[in-house]
Design a protein around this ligand. Structure first.
Ligand code: FCB
Length: 439
């Protein structure tokens, strides 16, 4: 049996996001977000599901932190709902909302769990969307004000801050495929949103650095390695092109200060409008990079391959391919001068059920995690500076356009009763954390 041993200070955690777990969508003065509006619009989310109640974490965070403690988590990554603290996105502050995050952080620290805060995991205040949303560059200044508000309030206790979770999904699922809020379908807009999000990231990092000290600031990017299906030169070239024109969208500007030339060439008239000074603003020095990675994308000589014969697929129809995680980490660490890396999301959706013994047996998820942890350990042996790993997700939750149909949790949630049950994978994860070893 092979033992994969992790460093003593390795940070094992789990992740969630506000809209996916909090519920309490209009409680205590919270404003409306674009996800409230989207989910309340018939036809947008599977089964008509909404985040109105979700896991009711807003009211159950004390019990949820007790479960985190039972698992032995060293860190917890969560996001703040911007309209909960600033109902209109700017201007008057909702004290009750701020107090909630205050209590959450205090409770985590009392349980010896380090908070990792994400400022924006997609639930933009509807009021800001009404004045142009991310297509309006000035929203970036509102975002910086919001960042300062939170950093001033929690920065004495929270060290790790992320500006955006997966700006690519905000831009391309929200403005191109339309499968996410706000549900637009326009390539030119999507590209401009992607650019403006990076500008907003730059503003926020600058503002937080100027107002608060000793914070660790970063961003979380979704990266899936683009790989050839075979060694045909055309397959290799297609995978390479997909990486250069797609996966570099945020990495290149943030860590090199310019867009990849091949992306610019391929984009033609859909390149965003870039103001002078933008690229320097975007390329702020960061203290860490968060990587969310679940799978890879594969190309043969004809292009993208949706199904690889013989591969296992999750409920999301995402291929299970743990070695791709190691290759991804090596690639980005070679191509860019990166700060320390955290895997901020990795996990899998499978069909789980409470079995007759009252437990949730989820060997596929446990295998998935085990193999990905092992590959992360090998990447560290290759020299990748990986400091921590957050499993997606702590709880089964609202999986965006899929509603509650996809379960990613290491804790099962019965949405009727809100009863939580730690799955087998969760029990196994707590042993990994306790021993710092994967077998
Ligand atoms: C990521 C999101 C996260 C969750 C997982 C499955 O793209 O950041 O909220 O939905 O996918």
């Amino acid at each position: 049996m092979i033992h994969y041993k992790f460093p003593a200070n390795f940070i094992w955690g789990a992740a969630t996001a506000s809209y996916q777990i909090e519920g309490a969508w209009d409680a205590d003065g919270k404003g409306e977000s674009i996800w409230d509006r989207f989910a309340h619009t018939p036809g947008k989310v599977q089964n008509g599901d909404t985040g109105d109640v979700a896991c009711d974490h807003y009211h159950r965070y004390v019990d949820d932190i007790a479960l985190m403690r039972q698992l032995g988590l060293k860190a917890y990554r969560f996001s703040i709902s911007w309209p909960r603290v600033l109902p209109m996105g700017r201007g008057s502050v909702n004290q009750a909302g701020l107090d909630f995050y205050d209590r959450l952080v205090d409770r985590l620290l009392a349980a010896n769990i380090q908070p990792f805060v994400t400022l924006h995991h997609w639930d933009l205040p509807q009021a800001l969307y009404n004045v142009g949303g991310w297509l309006n560059r000035d929203i970036g200044l509102d975002f910086a004000d919001y960042a300062i508000l939170m950093a001033k309030r929690l920065g004495d206790r929270v060290q790790y801050w992320t500006t955006f979770n997966e700006p690519g999904v905000i831009a391309f699922d929200g403005y191109l495929s339309g499968e996410h809020a706000p549900g637009e379908q326009d390539l030119i807009k999507a590209r401009q949103v992607a650019h403006n999000l990076m500008v907003a990231h730059g503003y926020a990092i600058q503002a937080m650095r100027a107002t608060c000290h000793n914070l660790k600031l970063g961003i979380v990017l979704s990266q899936w390695n683009a790989e050839p299906a075979d060694d045909n030169p055309a397959s290799i070239a297609n995978a390479e092109r997909a990486w250069n024109t797609g996966e570099t969208t945020f990495l290149h500007p943030i860590f090199q200060g310019f867009y990849h030339p091949e992306q610019i060439a391929a984009a033609e008239e859909s390149m965003p409008r870039i103001h002078s000074g933008d690229m320097a603003l975007i390329a702020q020095q960061l203290d860490y990079l968060g990587i969310n990675s679940y799978s890879r994308s594969v190309y043969n000589s004809n292009g993208y391959v949706a199904t690889i014969p013989g591969s296992e697929y999750t409920e999301m129809r995402w291929e299970v391919c743990a070695p791709a995680l190691r290759r991804l980490l090596k690639r980005i660490s070679t191509d860019y001068r990166l700060p320390p890396i955290y895997i901020t999301e990795n996990g899998a959706a499978f069909q789980d059920e409470i079995s007759t013994d009252g437990k949730v047996h989820d060997p596929q998820r446990q295998n998935y995690l085990k193999n990905h942890f092992a590959q992360a350990c090998l990447a560290m042996q290759d020299g990748v500076d990986l400091r921590g790993y957050f499993v997606w997700s702590l709880l089964d939750n609202f999986e965006w356009g899929h509603g509650y149909s996809k379960r990613f949790g290491i804790i099962h949630v019965d949405y009727e009763t809100q009863k939580r049950t730690i799955k087998d994978s969760g029990e196994w994860y707590s042993r990994v954390i306790a021993t710092n070893t994967v077998e």
